[in-house]
Design a protein around this ligand. Structure first.
Ligand SMILES: O=C(O)CCC(=O)C(=O)O
Ligand SMILES: [Fe+2]
Length: 285
């Protein structure tokens, strides 16, 4: 068994990024303040109360259903359901600093890929060990870093209740190398901490071998702004809702153009040939 570095959320971004570049992952402690955590959990309680373990089998296909299993409760599309998520988590300064440092060389602007609560119940089996960025398997490795992922603990994460497992250093392994059990670290951490990892780092949601403890975590990832996102954030958060949000949140939800013209590329995501913010503000959307 191996371990991950732990850094306080107040640590300078460069040190957090250095740990991620070295190990592929890092635990950031005190990521959410206790009052934010409490507010967020209060918002989630009724949503999880309505969620059926296994999501009623309603996944995009059978492979995805097997990946998530039938002992996990889901709240997907958080940006459209939780104001605490939008105001406190999506725009978190640690994410912003890390995203700029890690993704800045491969895009003009990063965006939210997914904001998804997974409540891993007793009996949940460990997910297939995977690299999140292989959802974009057509993108060649030469594209550089395209994704920053994370799991935020909303209650205490333990080896028994399904804490995320990570293979430190695996971001630098050949794609085909699989980790031995002895090469896995368990991201045990108190509620409010987060494990941040690169899209190329091998990891999985862990087995919940407890009788009665659920493991509540948010899977949040960001990606290069020129990628198609796993969650369709334009439909998760329509124009009327996004209009009420900060400029930063709008940008992270893809409601600005990705303008690469200054660096030899083109523009993406326009409406009527301009950035969507113009029409959003004038009521044209
Ligand atoms: O919930 C976790 O601990 C990890 C989730 C994950 O890796 C995923 O769904 O891609
Ligand atoms: Fe994952």
């Amino acid at each position: 068994m191996t371990d991950l570095a732990r850094l306080h959320s107040g640590t300078p971004t460069a040190q957090i990024v250095a740990a991620m570049e070295r190990d592929g992952a890092v635990i950031v402690t005190d990521f959410l303040a206790p009052d934010v955590l409490e507010r967020f959990n209060r918002e989630l309680d009724p949503l999880l109360g309505d969620a059926r373990p296994g999501h009623g089998g309603e996944f995009v296909n059978d492979l995805v259903a097997a990946f998530f299993g039938d002992h996990v409760r889901h709240v997907a599309g958080l940006a459209g359901k939780s104001s605490t998520f939008v105001d406190e988590v999506l725009v978190h300064p640690v994410y912003e600093g890390v995203n700029r440092a890690v993704l800045g060389a491969s895009c003009e602007q990063h965006i939210l890929n997914i904001g998804h609560v997974m409540d891993r119940g007793p009996g949940a089996q460990r997910q297939y060990l995977h690299r999140d960025q292989l959802v974009w398997h057509h993108v060649p490795a030469s594209a550089g870093q395209i994704q920053v992922s994370s799991v935020v603990a909303l209650n205490d994460f333990t080896a028994d209740n399904g804490a995320t497992v990570v293979a430190p250093g695996s971001h630098q392994w050949p794609w085909e190398r699989r980790p031995l059990e002895s090469e896995l670290a368990v991201a045990e951490m108190p509620a409010g901490s987060a494990v941040l990892y690169l899209g190329s780092t091998i990891h999985a949601g862990g087995t919940n071998s407890t009788r009665d403890t659920w493991r509540r975590g948010i899977h949040i990832s960001y990606c290069a702004g020129w990628l198609r996102t796993e969650e369709n954030q334009y439909l998760v958060v329509g124009p009327d809702r996004v209009r009420t949000m900060s400029t930063h949140a709008r940008t992270l939800l893809g409601y600005t153009a990705h303008d690469g013209t200054a660096t030899g590329g083109g523009y993406l995501g326009t409406v009527e040939l301009a950035g969507p913010e113009r029409l959003l503000d004038t009521g044209g959307l």
